[in-house]
Write a protein that binds this ligand. Sequence first.
Ligand code: ATP
Ligand code: AH0
Length: 370
Amino acid sequence: MKITGPVWALGAMSGTSLDGVDAALLRTDGHTITAFGESAYRAYTAQERASIAAALGQWPDGPQVAAAAETVETVHATLLSRMMTADPDQTPTLVGFHGQTLAHDPANHRTHQTGDGALLAEFLQCPVVCDFRSADMQLGGQGAPLAPFFHFACAKYLSFSQPVVFLNLGGVGNVTYVDPSHDKPAAKGAVLAFDTGPANAPINDLMQTRRSKPYDRDGALAAKGKADVQIVEKFLTQTYFHKMPPKSLDRDTFAQLSDAVANLSDADAAATLSECCAASVARAMEHMPKPPARILVCGGGRRNRHIMARLRALTGLEVDDIDDHGLDGDMLEAQAFAYLAVRVARGLPTSCPGTTGVAANVGGGTVSHP
Ligand SMILES: Nc1ncnc2c1ncn2[C@@H]1O[C@H](COP(=O)(O)OP(=O)(O)OP(=O)(O)O)[C@@H](O)[C@H]1O
Ligand SMILES: CC(=O)N[C@H]1[C@@H]2OC[C@@H](O2)[C@@H](O)[C@@H]1O[C@H](C)C(=O)O
């Protein structure tokens, strides 16, 4: 596949919060964003979510992995085949398929995204790029986060001239500092990225267990509670927060946080978990090379008004919903994998020492042809 100029690419992401699959079309040459296209979302049913959740933490030979893979592949196949023909003017040249992370262990250089790219390429009759994280890990990188190169392109698209921070609040939180005065994301000092700490995952788990709800809508429950300062302070003493970036997390790295709030009321527990999310982002700001002009929040957590308010209070920075700048905060990760797929197809790097701690700029990803 020879790509020499802008093409439409279709990206898909099934995130750590296990809510569903995002898919989005993007026109790019792998450097510049030319246009944002159609997008779609397909929520997992409770049964599908349970089949994936049962395999969390497992490696490819795990007992529940085959069933989880089938769920991930089937849901992607349905959603993506619809997107292939969503708009005849946006027919994709290739697909970027992240799959579903089931386990992530950077210390031991292994990460597991389930979902078979070759199977999907055959089904869609279109080249599919997958396995974006392994090559980075083999060169000593964290394998995550990978959206930063796309965030750099977004900062250029939005014509920022001062450093900005992109904050993704998914199951886990991650930040990308972008200095748009550089020409390329892999240039020294252009980007610095890392996972901040837990975001929605522990709040969702709490809501599911205590209220049979998938999440704390708008942060309404947390807003009624009071954060337990001792729990938050103890949480912040953990070594992860003192480690220099780059660094990345597994969805359940902070699983013990759920135990710590077990004796609190529902509202206080939600407030405490939300405070841990906001406080870990505030800690992350201490690692920024220069003070950013603003924080642009994407991911589902930007709808959590309580967390947004706590972020403003704890960082003292302007904290914007990225939608207010004309982007779609729900689709950035799917768009990122469309963008990265084009970079892989063109042999361009997808991560660098500033994003994953990898030894040198590296292009990950495996291309499967139909
Ligand atoms: N109105 C809302 N109020 C509060 N939280 C919300 C709202 N809408 C979505 N969320 C939260 O956002 C989550 C989904 O976010 P998102 O889709 O960005 O996560 P993800 O892509 O699965 O995760 P990750 O980025 O870690 O891979 C939901 O599970 C929920 O916790
Ligand atoms: C291993 C893995 O799947 N990590 C995810 C997760 O979800 C958010 C955060 O943790 C980030 O590190 C990453 O996803 C985004 C898309 C990334 O790679 O940039």
